[in-house]
Design a protein around this ligand. Structure first.
Ligand SMILES: [Zn+2]
Length: 246
C-alpha cells in the first residue's frame, strides 16, 4: 500500500515552492520539475527529510528558475481537467473551482472561486459541461469587449468595421475568418492572457481586409498591433495550442 505523499516547502529567494516527495529505489536523491510545474523529489529510503531539505536548498536557484520557465509556458487549466485539478484558467490566471451538490443553477464566480453546481459532484462529465457553458458565456463577453476596443482604435482608422462573429470550441484554430467575413473565435482562447486574445482578435479583423497571410496582411497587422510578433510567440508557447487559422 502506498503511504500518503509527503510535501516539504522550499523557501527560495522569490517564493515558496512545494516539493512532492516520493520514496523510491536507487541511491541518489533526484529532483525533477514536471511539465505541470510541480517539483518531484525521489528520495532513497535511507535518506531523511532534513537531508532532502539541505539538498533542495543547494539547488534552490535552479529549482526556482526551472519552475518559472515551465510556468511561463502558460498552463491552461482546461474544463477537461478542471474536475481533477480543481482549477480553471481565465485570461491567464488560475482560479479555484468548487463543485457543489445542486441542480438547475449555473456555474458562477463567487469571491474569486468558480462555484459549479452538479447533481452528482463526482460526475466529472457533468462538471465539465457546466464549466464549458460558463466559459462560453465569459468568452462571449470578453470577445465582445476586445472587439469593441479594437474597432475603436487603429483597426477603425484602417477602415475595418464590425464583423458578424461567434464563439466555438475548436481543436485546431484560435480563430478563423471566412470568405464571407464571418469571424469565429475559439472559446479556449479566453483562458490565455488578454494580450494574446487581443492579438487573435486583431489578426482576424485584418483578414477582413486581406484574406491571406501575404505582405499586405502583415503590414496592416503591424499598423494595428505593432508588437504582434511577441504576442504570437507567446501564444505559440502555450501548451496544446491550436494553430492560428486564416
Ligand atoms: Zn490568419
Amino acid at each position: 500500500m502506498k503511504s500518503a505523499p509527503e510535501i516539504l516547502v522550499l523557501q527560495t529567494a522569490g517564493r515558496k515552492i512545494p516539493l512532492h516527495i516520493e520514496r523510491g529505489a536507487g541511491r541518489r536523491l533526484r529532483i525533477t520539475v514536471l511539465s505541470d510545474g510541480r517539483v518531484r523529489v525521489i528520495v532513497p529510503r535511507r535518506i531523511g527529510l532534513d537531508q532532502v531539505m539541505a539538498f533542495a536548498r543547494e539547488k534552490a536557484a535552479w529549482i526556482e528558475r526551472t519552475v518559472r520557465k515551465v510556468e511561463s509556458y502558460t498552463r491552461l487549466h482546461s474544463p477537461e481537467k478542471s474536475a481533477e485539478t480543481g482549477l480553471i484558467s481565465i485570461l491567464g490566471q488560475s482560479f479555484p473551482l468548487k463543485i457543489e451538490a445542486g441542480r438547475g443553477r449555473r456555474a458562477a464566480f463567487v469571491d474569486g472561486v468558480l462555484v459549479v453546481p452538479a447533481a452528482d459532484p463526482a460526475d466529472e462529465e457533468a462538471v465539465r459541461r457546466r464549466v464549458e457553458a460558463w466559459l462560453k458565456r465569459r468568452a462571449e463577453q470578453i470577445f465582445g469587449m476586445v472587439l469593441k476596443q479594437a474597432l475603436s482604435g487603429p483597426a477603425a482608422a484602417h477602415g475595418i468595421s464590425a464583423p458578424t462573429w461567434s464563439v466555438r470550441w475548436m481543436k485546431r484554430r484560435w480563430g478563423s475568418c471566412g470568405r464571407d467575413g464571418r469571424v469565429v473565435f475559439n472559446i479556449r482562447l479566453v483562458q490565455t492572457p488578454l494580450p494574446l486574445v487581443e492579438y487573435v482578435v486583431v489578426h482576424e479583423l485584418c483578414h477582413l481586409k486581406h484574406h491571406h497571410h501575404g505582405k499586405t496582411f502583415y503590414a496592416l497587422l503591424a499598423k494595428c498591433l505593432p508588437d504582434w510578433k511577441e504576442r504570437r510567440k507567446a501564444l505559440n508557447a502555450i501548451d496544446a495550442t491550436p494553430e492560428i487559422g486564416i
